[in-house]
Design a protein around this ligand. Sequence first.
Ligand code: HEC
Length: 447
Amino acid sequence: MDYFKMIPNDIPLPLPDGGLSFVEPVFHLLLVVAWVVHILFINVLLGASFGAVYFNSKGVKMKNPVFDRVGYLLTTPVTISENMGALWGVAPLLLVSVLFTPLFYAAAIMNSPHWLHIIYGNIAAFLLSYLYKFTWHTLEDRKSLHLVIGVISVALFFTLPPVFMATVQLYITPTTWTYDTHFWDALLRPDTFFRLMHFYFASFAVTGIFMLLYGFYKRKSADELDRQAGDVLVSTGKSWFLVPTVLNFFVGPLVLFSFPSYGLEAFFNSGYYWLILLSIVLALVMIYMLIKGFFNNDLSAKKVWTIVGLMLVVVMSMATLRHGMRLSLTGPAMAEAKAKSLDFQQRAQDAKLEAEAAAAAAPKVQMAQGEALATKHGCLACHSVDNKVVGPAYREVAKKGYDQAKIVALVAAPQPANWPGYTAMPPMPQVPAEDLKVIADWINSLK
Ligand code: HEC
């Protein structure tokens, strides 16, 4: 499989599931569910922050207090969604990093300078959106300054999804990796680009549904301006849902068919693709209900809740098929990384055992060799290991603490003064130094 250019040798360790086989599937389920909650908040964050600025500027331009109120009302879901979106975003990030470790971290590294944009981009956008919300009335006389704050915060929010999308697309398509892959390569690829479009459209569609609910709720308000704003929210919500959803019917297939063919093949063999049909059918039902409500103008709160329920099913179904696509695309690379890791573990284990066996065998071999050489060169005629013969016992010699070189030198030129009471040892320069070294080690091993 040489088309995987850069699969890290990272070890996909078996999950420590304590022998409970359901742990891993639960991780996958949690990933899908937590991601759905996260993304719904992010959808509303993007749509509502755009809507707030849009209606704010419309209100300023047309000097219309109702539009101004719609804009103001939309700042509340923005700040709530920011916090909930970020909070629920932690879970998918952690779960992905457990389940797809080698691929995810490789992609994060490839995109690293831009990956950091999530941090400072988020902080700046967060703070500006709060500033925008809380200065709505205090900056009443400086509307254009106030709008600039809102526009910058929205623009910043919209720069965050491309970073996520590029990283996600990169980690799920390891076949596309090369050593010079970087953020812009990943972002401007058709699959990333279409998916990003699909996501932005979905954000407006989800916000549209949210506006319907919010509008119905505000219509019951005691405040006259809120009630009128509620009407605007309902009618805007309908078109914000309809137009992007219809567009996504065209973008969806582009997303699907921009994936590498091996992944598509695995996906269509996996059974997950049935969920595409389910999503399409349910989305058509939603569109039908809304269009009917549009023309008859009789969209009841009950119907809106039905639409919300349908939308949740569609989103869950799309998130699940998205997970199926992810598994299809990452399967071969994850299997390869696992095989490499197992191979590496096996070789490391073998090498360790081999080294241990060699270390255990080595001294015996050496020592036996030392003794044999001492016999061969006649040393044992005058020495024994434990007892004084003509020369001192080698155990006694060993206690002197000579190093190898010193012993070699002493055999060539003995120093009888070292052993009072003994006769002098005859110099034995004919014994090869190589043999003497082995004998010396053997003597020293006798301590
Ligand atoms: C003819 C007897 C004789 C033979 C053969 C002999 N030695 Fe010795 N060796 C002695 C005596 C005696 C001493 C103690 C006096 C001395 O160091 O000169 C000694 C001392 C030594 C010492 C201690 C030296 C010191 O200064 O502490 C070493 C080491 C030694 N022998 C190694 C050997 C080795 C290795 C051989 C074989 C290559 C060998 N000997 C063969 C008699 C012998």
